[in-house]
Every structure is written in C-alpha cells, then in structure tokens.
Design a protein around this ligand. Structure first.
Ligand code: ZN
Length: 490
C-alpha cells in the first residue's frame, strides 16, 4: 500500500493529473445528462483543452525525473505512472491531433451513413481511421502484432494472440449451445406495463442494498446508460427506463457494478491516478457480475420478485419465480449487440475482434467489411443481416477511431464467471444471503479481491490473485450450459 509519504513534488504532479481527469469526467457526464444540445461545440473545445493539458503534464520530462527519484519508495505507483508516461511520449503530438480530428470527422460520417443506411458513405472515414490506427501502432515497433498496441490502450498487457486463443475456445463452446437453444420453441420476454416511476423506485431500493447511497452517488437518465466516477465519493450512474420492459433495471444493476468498482478503491490511492479501474475488461467483469450472475439468478429474485409484484400487481399477477426466470433469460440470436442476451452477447464481440484483426493486419479491406460481417453473423448466430444499419453501422466505436476496445466486453463476461465461481466457494451461504436480499458479503469480497487495488497491479496480476489463474472461458461456458440447459430443457 502506498505510504502517505509519497514525495510531495510527485504527489502534487499526480494530483494535478487526477484533477484534470476529474474535470473531464464531470464535463463529459454533464454533456450526456444535463447540457442543452446546442452546447456541444463549446463542450468539445473545453474537453479538448482538458485533454491537451493532461497530455502535456503526462509527457513532461520533469515527471520522468520525479518518477526516477521515487522508484524505490513507491515501486508500484511509479511502475504504473511510468508506463502511462512512456506510452504517451511515444506518440507524436501531430499524430495524436490527426487521430482526434479523424475521430470527429468519422463520427459525423457515421451519422450521415446511418441516415442513408449506406456503408459507402462511411467507408472513406473508416479507411482513414484504420490507417491512423496502424500509424499509431507503428510508434511501438517492438510489439509482436500491431493490434497488441491498440488493445493495450483498453486492456493493458493483453495481446491479440492471447485474446484469439481465448475467443476460439469461447466461440466453440457458445455456437453449439446457441444452436441447441434455437431448436427449442421461442420464448417471450415479459409482456405488460411497468411504469417508469415505479421501476425507478424499486431500482433504487435494489441498488441501495448494493451500496448506492445518496451522499456519494447520483442516479440520472441518459440515452446510452453509463457510469463515471470523478472521485471515489462522487459516483454517477445513469440508466434508461422503458414503460414496457424491465431492461432498465438490468442496465441499472450493470452501471452500479461499474460504480462499486470505482467507489471501492482504497482511499490511500486518491489523486495518485491509480484510483480507478485497472482495465476495461476488469471493469466489465464487475458490471456483468451484478447484471447477470447476481441479477438474473433465482436467488436474487427470490427476494425481489414479491417486491416487484407489489409494484406491478397486474402485469406480474400470474408470474411465479420459475416463469419470471424464463422470461428474463430469453436467448434469441439477434442482429444488434447492445440488445443481445447473456448467451449470444460474446459472439457479437468475437465477430468484431476477428474483423478488426483483419482490418489492422491488412487481410481484410475496408470495402469488404459489410460482406465479411454478414458472413460471420450467419456462421456464428445463424441470422441474415438485412442492411448496414443492422450490421456494420450499428456501433459508434470505429467511427471515433476506437479499435481494440470490443474484446474487453467479452473478457468481462469471462472474468465475471471466474470471479463468481470463486465467490461461491469462498463466501459461505452466498445464495441464501442473496435470497434474503443481502449482498453485503459479496460487495465486501469483491472490494477485497478487485476494487481496493485500483491500478496498483497489472490486469494479469490482479486476475491471477483474484481467481488463481489467467483468463479461462471454462467457468462461463459451464455456467451458461448449466443455467440454460435447465431453463430450456436441453
Ligand atoms: Zn459496462
């Protein structure tokens, strides 16, 4: 653990970097939750200035000198910040600026292409983003594969080769399970009316039991739910509720899972830049654990279904726990990633990873992307892609030059199941506690294993300590086969 005696000059530098990140988070949160639409242009400039100042502080040679001097006293903090410092210094400012401009242009082209439902409108902008991603990777010639460099921005230390091996095993387990489920009669999600105001009330009760409290957290509405934590005691989650489904409750559990991670970092790491999640994959493991492993389990709903029925007596009058479990765990191969269920979701991610890899190593040309997309959707999920809007134009990421990010979603699913397996073994009576509405023991366990460490360890070190080995798809595949085998009578 860091001592309070971190060199004062270094502590001041790290504090400034943390404060700029804090400001950026508040501006970005405000943009999506509060800001009138016409403020967008000025907000873009303000965020650009914050990012530039952050970059200048991080690449400053003086920071390198301070890190050298502190290396013996605070090896873990120094190791992490030095890595950030050295990566940032490798990329010429001119290239970083070009990438940023291409991201804004790409976003505009993507919107226009979606409007026209025509990939050809987006194709030149995507080609530029791919070229720039390759140039960015070229700043790190020692990497075994250019994709490793892109992935490292979101999942530090992970490599394309590791991810490819993991994903082949995952795909080979998921595809047959999904085709077995697809042969069963189709199931329906819950029909009925679930007025938003009542969903919000019971949602708050649920997340208050998880640790959400009004002194350190906020809940707001956003079109695309997200979570952000400007500081350990300032956690902001968003959700989007809908009168005709309960998906907003699951989105809320997901985002509060992200929030608990940020909230659970050891306060001794505050303003060191290590007071946040270590990688996007580890972050997603926290949200998925609460959303799926807890939030779609019979134990959790043993406690909450009667309370939900009190809120929605007409819609849930005839729904017992078994029927409710079937309705909230419908598996159906679909076209859109963000609407995918627990079983099919990771295949949407694996598809994107394989396509990104081809685009970056040059074996797939941008012009052939829609056809490659359609072929993989057929192969993985057995569905036909009717148009670009329901295919290659659905996600925002590539438009903004965000390449190498998608794998972290499936890494999160895999790690969530590994953590869940260990939690079941180490927390006595976990299911009984969940069925009484008590999640405190699980929250404390996750804090101990994952949250409190912030960025002190590498993702690989943290995972090894938490689950006793590297990423492994077996617990996830076993969980899905057991759960859905029973639900679908396979
Ligand atoms: Zn998430």
């Amino acid at each position: 653990m860091p001592s309070p005696s971190l060199d004062p000059a270094l502590a001041a530098r790290l504090g400034e970097l943390s404060d700029l990140r804090h400001a950026g988070h508040v501006l970005a949160w405000d943009q999506q939750v509060m800001m009138p639409a016409a403020g967008g242009r000025a907000r873009g400039e303000a965020l650009g200035t914050i990012r530039r100042l952050h970059h200048e502080l991080l690449v400053d040679a003086q920071l390198g000198t301070l890190l050298d001097a502190a290396a013996d006293a605070e090896p873990r903090i120094v190791r992490t910040v030095r890595r950030d410092h050295e990566i940032e210094r490798r990329v010429p400012g001119e290239l970083a600026a070009e990438i940023s401009r291409a991201g804004s242009d790409g976003y505009a082209a993507w919107l226009a292409a979606r409007e026209a439902n025509d990939f050809a409108v987006f194709e030149p902008a995507l080609r530029r983003n791919i070229d720039l991603a390759r140039r960015y990777a070229g700043c790190f010639p020692e990497a075994a594969h250019p994709y490793d460099v892109l992935l490292d921005r979101y999942e530090p230390g992970a490599t394309a080769a590791q991810v490819a091996t993991l994903f082949v095993a995952l795909r080979d387990g998921l595809v047959p399970l999904i085709s077995e489920i697809a042969m069963q009669p189709a199931r329906q999600a819950l029909p009925g009316d679930f007025p938003v105001a009542a969903q919000r009330e019971i949602g708050l009760e649920m997340v208050q039991s998880m640790g959400f409290d009004r002194t350190g957290w906020r809940l707001d509405d956003a079109v695309h739910p997200f979570a952000v934590a400007p500081a350990l005691r300032d956690v902001r989650v968003t959700s989007r509720f809908d009168d005709h489904s309960l998906t907003g409750l699951f989105a809320l559990l997901h985002e509060v899972g992200h929030g608990l991670y940020e909230h659970g970092v050891d306060p001794a790491l505050a303003r060191t830049t290590l007071d946040t999640g270590v990688s996007l994959g580890v972050h997603e493991s926290q949200s998925r654990l609460w959303e799926n492993l807890v939030g779609r389990s019979p134990a959790f709903w043993t406690h909450w279904l009667p309370r939900l029925r009190d809120r929605f007596p007409l819609s849930l009058r005839d729904i017992d726990l078994d029927a409710f479990m079937r309705a909230i765990n419908v598996v159906r191969p679909t076209l859109i990633r963000v609407e995918a269920d627990e079983v099919t979701y990771s295949l949407h991610v694996i598809l994107r990873f394989e396509l990104e890899l081809g685009l970056i190593d040059g074996t797939l040309d941008v012009i052939d992307l829609p056809a490659a997309w359609a072929a993989k959707m057929k192969q993985f999920l057995g569905v036909d892609v009717p148009d670009d809007l329901h295919g290659v134009l659905q996600d925002i990421h590539w438009s903004e030059g965000i390449i190498g990010y998608f794998p972290t979603y499936a890494i999160g699913n895999v790690l969530a199941a590994q953590l869940w397996q260990v939690a079941q073994a180490e927390i006595e009576g976990l299911d009984d506690a969940l069925s009484r509405g008590e999640v405190g023991a699980l929250r404390v366990w996750l804090r101990e294993k994952v949250h409190r460490h912030g960025r002190l360890y590498t993702p690989a070190e943290l995972i090894e300590q938490a689950v006793g080995g590297p990423l492994d798809p077996a617990p996830m595949l076993a969980h899905l086969r057991a759960k859905y085998g029973a639900l679908y009578g396979l």
